[in-house]
Design a protein around this ligand. Structure first.
Ligand code: CO
Ligand code: CO
Length: 305
């Protein structure tokens, strides 16, 4: 696959049966609790491998930490949270690298394995497919509210639990079923949906009322809580979306909210959708049908109320 492809991870075929899927991702703290931050950073780093239907196997850590001023106990807790999440994923940590940096950053370079014939690409969405999303939207809005000290405990817990959840179960469920997939991260739901639309040469039609949201996300964004990333996502994509007039303003904002460790967006053939949603439920993944794939229209995305 060429490095300029839309896919989430780079793929290198080493034999007819095995390809490597490689990715790297590291993030600044999104929650205050160091172990949770470490776990979230790990889940986030593994996500691009899961998005391609691959199984992550080994990882290398990347640590930026203010060693002069920082509390080394905090660093230990971050690393411990990350290591526990890697163990849960069955991934072996091979090593890593740390540098002195005034701003904490943490994450991993991850290598996964996949049968080259079973790679799930971002570009395979077919006309008539249903779009399934496996995590609620709003981590950027809630993290901004947390930084400003206005997020209730229940919001912190919901956001943390969602970001810590591996996309493994969703990834395993979609193998052999999904025509296309990607994970929802910094460009927001609409940014990643746009990438899928472009790579697949289709238009994705989103039913905004069906998009699952973290508790309080719409109220917070209606009250002016939005990250700089949300605004730049929205500004950068205004020419690529056709909006139904009835889509409320806070919902439009939320659909551009940059996600950390967001869910998988998958394009599923209608004939397999019911069984697939049942499989997700059995695996405790809350998959929501949020739209459908249509023939390529004037713009990459259409958003309905
Ligand atoms: Co990705
Ligand atoms: Co990534």
């Amino acid at each position: 696959m060429s490095p300029d492809s839309w896919d989430d991870a780079g793929v290198y075929r080493i034999s007819a049966k095995v390809a490597l899927a490689q990715t790297v991702d590291f993030i600044t703290p999104v929650v205050d609790e160091p172990q949770d931050y470490g776990a979230i950073a790990a889940a986030n780093s593994l996500s691009d491998v899961y998005a391609m239907g691959a199984k992550p196997t080994v990882a290398l850590s990347i640590i930026c930490f203010p060693s002069e001023t920082g509390d080394l106990n905090v660093l230990r807790e971050i690393v411990r949270g990350g290591a526990a999440k890697l163990r849960e994923a069955g991934v072996t940590l091979l090593g890593g690298h740390s540098v002195r940096d005034p701003e904490i950053k943490f994450g991993y370079a991850v290598t996964g394995e996949v049968d080259p014939k079973r790679i799930v690409s971002i570009g395979g969405a077919r006309r008539g497919d249903l779009l399934v999303l496996t995590k609620p939207i709003g981590t950027g809005i809630l993290a901004t509210a947390l930084k400003r000290g206005v997020l209730p405990r229940s919001g912190i817990e919901a956001m943390t639990a969602s970001m810590k959840t591996l996309n493994r179960a969703a990834s395993e469920a979609m193998r052999g079923v999904a025509h296309a997939a990607t994970d929802v991260t910094g460009f927001g739901l609409l940014g990643h949906a746009r990438n899928m639309a472009r790579a697949s040469r289709k238009t994705l039609h989103i039913w905004s009322a069906a998009v699952p949201l973290l508790p309080g996300a719409l109220e917070l964004v209606a009250g002016g809580i939005a990250s700089a990333g949300l605004k730049s996502n929205r500004d950068g994509m205004s020419s690529e979306v056709v909006w139904a007039d009835a889509v409320p303003e806070p919902m439009r904002e939320a659909l551009f909210d940059p996600q950390t460790s967001g869910g998988l967006l998958m394009s599923i053939p209608v004939s397999k959708a019911d069984a697939f949603l049942k499989t997700l439920r059995r695996k405790k993944v809350e998959g929501a049908v949020i739209g459908e794939v249509r023939p390529q229209g004037r713009r990459a995305l259409e958003v309905d109320a």
